[in-house]
Ligand binder design. Structure first.
Ligand code: MF3
Ligand code: CO
Ligand code: CO
Length: 251
């Protein structure tokens, strides 16, 4: 069942989204060659605590960190490590969630480390654009799979492929709530979108078209051919006046 959020809950989600956006902005500023992913994780954990919030991922099904830091062919759920130094030419997906006043928000971004090839730039640009095309479908009366279709059809038109094994989701009292939001599929299916729905929309896009694999740490998802992957995510709310992106802005 899709939980509709009340205006009071939406007000808290708005604050939480601002806090998370500002955490991401600060973490991204620290991304540079030579940095370890654990250093970014520690910074994020400190900033989230300072804002009176809790990391949403730490302890979630036993996940050990505040961030997911996924590099190059890692798709999602890369675990921050003191042994992993960023290098010029890498791409890094940073995924982070927080819990405050009983409500979760979740966001992700992929950033280049220094200079990257044009094909890599394109992967990032298309993935971010796919997210925005998905968000654009969040209007009253549209159906859930209109979001999925907008994302998947655009990515395929651009010659890239979406990850099918992992999906976007409802979010609120729980990090993952109904509905699941695949990043592909036909339009016009599933429940109609209504005011009070809150979604984490999160296209994961890769340069190869093979199914992903799970590393034997049981967390990290990688492409099976070494192809690169990107991931962008925003938490959004649908209100009477339209869609609002919660995890952007802030200071
Ligand atoms: N942030 C992921 C998502 O976007 C979920 C991370 S699960 C965790 O849905 F266990 F790694 F935290
Ligand atoms: Co996320
Ligand atoms: Co998510």
């Amino acid at each position: 069942m899709i939980q509709l959020k009340t205006p009071a809950e939406i007000a808290i989600l708005r604050e939480n989204g601002m806090i998370l956006a500002s955490v991401v902005r600060k973490v991204c500023k620290e991304v540079a060659p030579g940095k370890t992913t654990i250093a970014l994780d520690q910074l994020a954990e400190r900033l989230i605590g300072k804002a009176g919030a809790q990391p949403a991922f730490k302890g979630y099904q036993g996940y050990p960190a505040t961030l997911c830091t996924s590099i190059n062919s890692e798709v999602v759920h890369g675990i921050p490590s003191d042994k992993r130094q960023l290098q010029e030419g890498d791409i890094l997906s940073i995924d982070v969630g927080l819990l405050r006043k009983g409500l979760h928000v979740d966001t992700a971004v992929t950033v280049p480390i220094g200079k990257v090839d044009d094909t890599v730039q394109k992967l990032l640009r298309i993935t971010e654009q796919a997210l925005w095309l998905g968000i654009e479908q969040v209007t009253i009366g549209n159906r859930l799979s209109d979001i999925s279709h907008a994302i998947g059809s655009y990515v395929e038109r651009e010659g890239l492929s979406v990850v099918k094994e992992y999906v976007g989701h409802g979010i609120g009292r729980e990090l993952h709530e109904d509905p699941q939001i695949p990043n592909y599929g036909p339009p016009g299916q599933g429940p109609r979108l209504r005011a009070g729905m809150v979604f984490a929309i999160e296209p994961m896009v890769k340069t190869d078209s093979e199914p992903t694999k799970l590393l034997d740490n049981d967390w990290t998802v990688v492409t099976s051919t070494g192809g690169l992957a990107a991931h962008y995510e925003h938490t959004v709310v649908l209100t009477q006046t339209g869609v609002e992106v919660l995890t952007q802005g802030g200071e």
